[in-house]
Design a protein around this ligand. Structure first.
Ligand code: OFO
Length: 168
């Protein structure tokens, strides 16, 4: 029998990954209408990545004999787009929130002495280091570019390939 506390935590996390996928998808859709081709591709790709994070959790829970629950009441689609910097700041804060949640899950897995789940979660720990660093790097570039339209054009072009350099 799969530990109830662990199962609950993993189900909560898989629904957060689904929420993350929706957030990136919504941001991509907003950006697409503003002509940022590269940034829009990055956000669509990232939305797919978040879905993969969710799938990994679903398959792990099933493998351990648990039961998955998908939350239909995700209430996140009301983020107002103000600027590129604002958008990535919101994403950075979101990733930091996810990192905290992963850390809490790791803690629970240790308290419950579920070393299988502890081991499984290490992938997410690594992933969150990458995710925070990636969004922070994008934010730094946006800060550097400031109001330079030429710089912004080149940055948008670079963003098309940014995921290709990231190992999943
Ligand atoms: Fe953005 O890493 Fe999953 O949530």
């Amino acid at each position: 029998m799969f530990n109830e506390k662990i199962q609950k935590g993993l189900i909560r996390q898989l629904n957060r990954e689904l929420e993350s996928s929706h957030i990136y998808l919504y941001m991509a859709s907003c950006i697409e209408k503003k002509g940022y081709e590269g940034i829009c591709e990055f956000l669509y790709d990232h939305s797919n990545e978040e879905r993969i994070h969710m799938l990994k959790l679903i398959r792990y829970i099933n493998k351990r004999g648990g039961n998955v629950f998908l939350d239909n009441n995700i209430s996140i689609i009301n983020i107002t787009y103000i600027s590129l910097k604002d958008l990535f700041l919101k994403l950075f804060e979101h990733e930091q929130k996810i990192s905290k949640e992963i850390n809490s899950l790791v803690e629970v897995s240790l308290q419950e002495k579920d070393y299988f789940t502890y081991n499984f979660l290490q992938w997410y720990v690594e992933e969150q280091i990458e995710e925070e660093a990636l969004i922070k790097m994008i934010l730094d570039k946006i800060e550097l570019i400031g109001g330079d339209k030429g710089g912004l054009y080149l940055f948008d072009k670079d963003m098309k390939n940014i995921h290709k350099n990231k190992k999943l």
